[in-house]
Design a binder for this molecule. Structure first.
Ligand SMILES: Cc1cc2nc3c(=O)[nH]c(=O)nc-3n(C[C@H](O)[C@H](O)[C@H](O)COP(=O)(O)OP(=O)(O)OC[C@H]3O[C@@H](n4cnc5c(N)ncnc54)[C@H](O)[C@@H]3O)c2cc1C
Length: 434
């Protein structure tokens, strides 16, 4: 802890989501005096993710994470589903190697975030739920603390982990209002089902989970997709809709969600379940673009969604693992800065290099083209029906002479708005983007 009598804490972390809790925990382990503050009275109760957490990064901070944390299931079955009005085509991949060591697990944030906050408290972090941070204290261009209601608390570094809307980043002019094309609206339901029904319905063994990424006729033509994940005794499912396209469509996100749940490919999976939770949350559509913005100021770092760190590839949404990765990178930089008693612009700017050198930066570079690829309307509107038409031509045996697959495919292509050159170009773009 700093000897400076004016300083209440070494570090104040604003936001107790995955990013904030992981960062606070690491900083406390490094020996710093840390305050973790969140506006939610019950930590995590309002935080919303689809729920697949690529959790290997958590082992770096919480050894044995998948055994100790309240995870729901280990995902062994990944299914990409192309939905049409009256058909669907699945690419279904099950592999028991995905279970051990745990790779992707399903989580419910209310349980996970509460557990993470408990780990922080056990490590000596002061956890303050139920306090909204209203502003930052600055002196000579450096952030020196926070204001919450009538309270002012001073520190050497503030970590803004306050999520996709980051009020803190906006208050300093580090983030302008985001273009709608960079954001998406997620609408999600949690539906209860007995564990035995889930295992039977989704062909899973005990403790194993399934993750469906769904494209096509699940968003009524709006750019985006659907998801369905199995928890221990419930399903998390819903839609993610690109904000600009949703607004242009004039459709209501909750209507799209309800229609998705009633789709003939989805309804039998949910049948007999009871709605436990329903929520709506903004998420990031174009993380690589957002993360190019400012990430630090003297005495301040942005982490997790506040820094724009979510990767939506259309097949996976990865925000939680990038939140944890950025939290650990930030803690490394802050630890060094506090050790050198230097929280200047140059010292804090090391954070971008630290991020760039780790998996967060690597993955942002690797999937940098994914958002542009997902802007392609053929992904949502044309490829599902085309695939179904090819398969229909193979499996629908009327008494006319059979044709080779190539000529079935040619026939299906001729009846589709997709041209051969689109197919080749989109195939190449998919390989480059994903
Ligand atoms: C529908 C949907 C599906 C998704 N699916 C997945 C998925 O399957 N896998 C995945 O990895 N990611 C997914 N994501 C993205 C993931 O949820 C986020 O990337 C992740 O939650 C970011 O974590 P975070 O800690 O940065 O922010 P958050 O989890 O948003 O936490 C921010 C915290 O800051 C607090 N806060 C905000 N403002 C203040 C303030 N002024 N004062 C005090 N506290 C404040 C909030 O209460 C909150 O607790 C999904 C997102 C959505 C919306």
């Amino acid at each position: 802890m700093s000897e400076d009598a004016d300083v209440d804490f070494d570090v104040i972390v604003v936001g107790a989501g995955v990013a904030g809790t992981v960062c606070a925990h690491r900083l406390a382990r490094q020996g710093h005096e840390v305050l973790l503050i969140d506006r939610g009275a019950e930590l995590g109760s309002k935080n919303l993710s689809g729920g697949v957490f690529y959790c290997r990064v958590m082992e770096q901070e919480f050894p044995g994470f998948a055994e100790a944390a309240p995870i729901e299931r280990r995902v062994t079955r990944n299914c990409v589903s192309f939905l049409n009005e009256s058909s669907f085509v699945n690419v279904d991949y099950w592999d028991e190697r995905l279970a051990r060591p745990a790779n992707a697990v399903t989580v419910l944030r209310a349980r996970l975030d509460a557990w993470l906050a408990e780990q922080c408290e056990a490590e000596g972090v002061t956890v303050m739920p139920g306090f909204r941070v209203d502003g930052l204290l600055t002196e000579d261009g450096a952030v020196v603390g926070i204001r919450a209601g009538d309270e002012e608390l001073r520190c050497r570094v503030v970590i803004a982990a306050d999520g996709v809307n980051s009020f803190l980043a906006r208050s300093l002019g580090m983030r302008a209002p985001e273009p709608h094309a960079n954001l998406a609206v997620g609408v999600k339901s949690v539906v209860s089902l007995p564990a035995s029904v889930i295992e039977e319905r989704f062909h899973l063994r005990e403790g194993e989970g399934a993750a469906y990424a769904i494209v096509g006729d699940c968003t009524q033509g709006v750019a985006g997709g659907g998801f369905l994940y199995t928890n221990e005794a419930s399903l998390s499912l819903g839609v993610v809709l690109r904000l600009d396209d949703l607004i242009a469509s004039g459709l209501s996100s909750s209507d799209i969600h309800d229609r998705f749940l009633a789709h003939p490919a989805v309804e039998p999976l949910v049948r007999g379940g009871e709605l436990l939770e329903y929520g709506c949350h903004l998420t990031i559509e174009n993380g690589p673009s957002m993360a190019r913005g400012e990430l630090s100021r003297p005495g301040l770092l942005l982490i997790g969604d506040a820094a724009g760190l979510t990767l939506n590839t259309g097949l996976t949404i990865r925000g939680m693992d990038l939140a944890a990765g950025s939290a650990l990178a930030a803690a490394t930089v802050v630890d060094k800065a506090l050790g050198e008693d230097d929280v200047s612009t140059a010292s804090m700017a090391r954070y971008r290099d630290e991020l760039g050198a780790g998996f967060v930066g690597e993955d942002l570079r690797t999937y940098g083209r994914a958002p542009a690829f997902m802007e392609n309307p053929r992904m949502y509107r044309s490829y599902g029906p085309l695939l179904a038409d090819v398969l229909h031509g193979m499996f629908d045996l009327d008494l006319t002479p059979r044709r080779h697959l190539l000529s079935v495919a040619r026939g299906a292509l001729a009846g589709s708005p997709v041209r051969l050159r689109d197919l080749v170009r989109d195939g190449m773009s998919a390989l480059r983007a994903l």
